[in-house]
Design a binder for this molecule. Structure first.
Ligand code: G3H
Ligand code: 13P
Ligand code: ZN
Length: 308
């Protein structure tokens, strides 16, 4: 099965009032867990990999692994570069066979972000690959990019940015945050900003990063079986479901998969101390990822039965 782009997925998601899950992976078990979850719910899905995940797995290994797993499991999938740092990184992924890329120029000033994004759009579109960009800054750590404070996306700038770059989707900052430690106080998403952006860019797909809910059961299981994760906090599920019913067509989740996989592996090894077959404990991690993906599709994304 060839990798697909996100164009058709986003069009259907926008019209249907749901979002597509974009799940980060760096190994076989994570990939299979995500695809099995999508298959079980008959949902479209995006597999994404950060620069460091691509370095970990190898770009060609990733592409071939995603294609083969998508064939074997029987799910159409887009393969996306998450937080692409440069045109060179984008070129490496496009040449390897990715169907979608992100250029993250959010840490540059507006004009430089427009310039680098436009350069990537021109290159990627000439190769049949779609592009996501980012405007505004999320608090927390973004793959080798960190920020202590949110800089919410300005709706007028968002409109100008999309028109000048020709980008296919835009990640915005409305209060989400990367990682497991998102807030000290209560979560707050700026739905007024999302509404304004939607009004200025009707029909245009918006992306939310840093959207893990940080399931407290996973955190508790990690800690019960030898972990030490304190103060982890995520985005409430109902806020994310509301966003996905609006212009948000892609929701990025990585931390929730990491927590679920780690919790399952810790538990398995603690309960089976004589076991040393990696397929046993990695299999437990894979099953946990599948369960998380299925619950995201139902509770957060609303994308069940969106696959053709
Ligand atoms: O947004 C960042 C992703 O969670 C990727 O993180 O660079 O550790 O792979 P990573
Ligand atoms: P989380 O850390 O909330 O899972 O966000 C992941 C993300 O945005 C990947 O780009
Ligand atoms: Zn992100």
């Amino acid at each position: 099965m060839a990798l697909i782009t996100t164009k058709e997925m986003f069009k259907k998601a926008y019209e249907g009032g749901y979002a597509i899950g974009a799940f980060n992976i760096s190994d076989l078990e994570q990939l299979q867990g995500v695809l099995e979850g999508a298959k079980a719910k008959n949902s479209s899905v995006i597999i994404q990999a950060s620069k460091s995940a691509i370095e970990y797995a190898g770009p060609h290994t990733l592409v071939e692994m995603v294609k083969a797993a998508s064939d074997e499991i029987g799910v159409d999938v887009a393969l996306h570069l998450d937080h692409g740092p440069s045109l060179e990184a984008v070129k490496m992924c496009v040449e390897a066979g990715f169907s979608s890329v992100m250029i993250d120029g959010s840490h540059y000033d507006f004009e430089e972000n427009v310039r680098i994004t436009k350069e990537v759009v021109d290159y990627a579109h000439a190769h049949g690959v779609v592009v996501e960009a980012e405007l505004g800054v999320l608090a927390g750590v973004e793959d080798e990019v960190s920020s202590d404070v949110h800089k919410y996306t300005d709706p007028d700038e968002a409109k100008e940015f999309v028109e000048r770059t020709g980008v296919d989707s835009l990640a915005i900052a409305i209060g989400t945050s990367h990682g497991a430690f998102k807030f000290k106080g209560e979560a707050e998403l700026k739905f007024d900003i999302l509404e304004e952006i939607q009004a200025k860019l009707p029909g245009f797909p918006i992306v939310l990063h840093g959207a893990s809910a940080v399931d407290q059961n996973s955190v508790a299981t990690c800690n019960e079986f030898g972990g030490n994760i304190a103060g982890a906090k995520g985005i409430p599920v109902d806020m994310l479901r509301k966003a996905s019913s609006m212009a948000v067509c892609k929701i990025n989740m990585d931390t929730d998969l990491r927590l679920a996989m780690t919790a399952a592996i810790r538990k398995y090894l603690a309960e089976n101390p004589a076991q040393f077959d990696p397929r046993k404990y990695l299999g437990a991690g894979r099953a946990a990822i599948q369960a998380v993906v299925e619950s995201k599709i139902e509770d957060v994304l609303g994308s069940a039965n969106s696959a053709k």
